[in-house]
Ligand binder design. Structure first.
Ligand code: LRH
Length: 441
């Protein structure tokens, strides 16, 4: 009898419900529901409408059930770092989005208590102003932690809402590894960091691994997949198994570009800190990667300069342009600019380039700058891990951009294998199938 599973994969700009099943040894999938996601501006802040996300999750499950009435299990993955505070069973609203600027005062305060050199040596997580550690400290400064009895990362929250009677679950390891609060050596919350920041210790319990059951919704088992979308994406890439000696790299190319290697152990050296690499938790390995501003730039440029234009036409225009300027795609100025094209023009002017004139000029600059950053990151990875790499697997929406793939090949010198697959949903599904098989043993 064929068993059907449901992966709910929610990114910062869209969410999708994908049903998967095994057929003749292969994992087959069908997308049954898709919805738009995005931040909501409220009182000058960027927030997530968690009520709407929950409604979309439920509507998509109903759509899946209509076609596949006997779903075995489901699981949700989302972007990392964001969370919902709870007072008993009630969410504390608003739920802030990671691009909000509320951590501006928290970052120097945290660094005053815990110099970044020490924090990195303990956690191995690259500096990003939106890391959960800074967001939780911003909550503390704003008095938002008073009376709080728990907090759940976004996918944990959404799954908990489905299994109403269940107590809030523990934190899932892969997503917890994006908080900047895990100890890289133990893989558990680092209580020394939590004490030094004066965060309530009772909020940081033991972690749960992917595969852990949470409860049931409409007769479907709800369980933890690798709930950080990048962790699921890496599980969904058909890279060589094993982490020792492999010469393969991954690039999950969506709103963000996550470029890295699977490693057996974390690298927390000062060189790694200076190169701003992160050690995130994988399923039995470390995802050693760099978080690079990805399609976020191109998506914003399109919304500003040519809304409604399809990407193949945009990519052709970029290819035909001869614009020579490049920008640093990791610069914080591109995180949430008022205008992406304006910010790019300003950065280009500062490095002595004339302003781009056409749409094609802007996109050429964005794609070439991205590929250049990929090249630099691969060289850094080689020097930090002491390995030589041969192949780069690219998954996610960006894998469909042949021009960018070619530039990436030129800049990295690696063989690029671009896979137009929903790797995140595949990784989410694989973990559910594994959990089911293990429960049968
Ligand atoms: C990609 C991602 C990335 C995080 C960012 C907030 O979707 O999860 O790994 O750093 O979103």
């Amino acid at each position: 009898m064929t068993r059907y599973y449901l992966a709910i994969d929610i990114g910062a700009s869209s969410g999708r419900h994908i049903v998967g099943w095994q057929e003749e040894g292969a994992l087959r999938t069908e997308e049954v529901y898709r919805f738009k996601n995005g931040v909501t501006e409220a009182d000058g802040h960027l927030t997530w409408d968690v009520g709407r996300l929950e409604r979309e999750v439920r509507a998509g499950i109903d759509a899946a059930l209509e076609k596949y009435p006997g779903l075995e299990s489901l699981s949700i993955d989302t972007w990392g770092v964001d969370y919902v505070l709870l007072k008993e069973r009630e969410p504390v609203l608003p739920c802030y989005a990671y691009r909000d600027s509320r951590t501006e005062t928290a970052v120097p305060r945290v660094q005053g208590l815990l110099p970044f050199e020490e924090l990195y040596a303990r956690t191995g997580v690259q500096f990003q102003p939106f890391n959960t550690i800074y967001q939780l400290y911003a909550d503390k400064l704003a008095g938002r932690l008073e009376g709080v009895t728990g907090w759940l990362m976004m996918p944990e929250y959404l799954m908990w809402r489905l299994c109403e009677s269940a107590p809030p679950c523990g934190h899932e390891y892969t997503n917890a590894s994006t908080t900047g609060l895990l100890n890289a050596a133990t893989g558990e919350f680092d209580l020394e960091i939590i004490k030094r920041l004066g965060l309530p210790e009772s909020l940081f319990g033991e972690l749960c691994q992917p595969g852990t059951p949470l409860g049931e919704y409409k007769g479907i088992k709800v369980l933890l997949c690798p709930t950080h979308d990048t962790a699921s994406a890496v599980e969904g890439i058909p890279m060589e198994n094993g982490v020792e000696g492999t010469d393969q790299l991954f690039l999950s190319s969506g709103t963000w570009s996550l470029l890295g290697a699977k490693l057996p152990q974390a690298v927390t050296t000062p060189e790694s800190r200076r190169a701003n690499f992160s050690n995130e938790g994988g399923v039995g390995y470390i995802r050693y990667l760099k978080n690079i501003m990805g399609m976020w730039m191109a998506n914003n440029l399109r919304a500003e300069l040519c809304p409604g234009e399809d990407f193949p036409a945009i990519v052709r225009a970029a290819q035909e342009s001869a614009y020579p300027g490049l920008v640093d795609v990791t610069a914080q100025r591109f995180m949430a600019p008022g205008s992406m094209s304006g910010e790019m023009s300003a950065a280009l002017a500062e490095s002595g380039f004339d302003a781009p004139k056409t749409c094609g000029d802007y996109f050429r600059c964005a794609y070439r700058s991205l590929a250049k950053c990929y090249g630099e990151s691969v060289r850094e990875l080689e020097s930090l891990t002491g390995r030589k790499y041969a192949t780069l697997y690219i998954v996610g929406g960006g894998a469909k951009n042949d021009f960018l793939n070619r530039l990436t090949e030129e800049e990295t010198g690696l063989r690029v294998v671009a896979l137009p697959i929903e790797a995140t949903a595949l990784g989410n599904l694989k973990c559910q199938i594994r959990a089911e098989e293990e429960s049968q043993c």
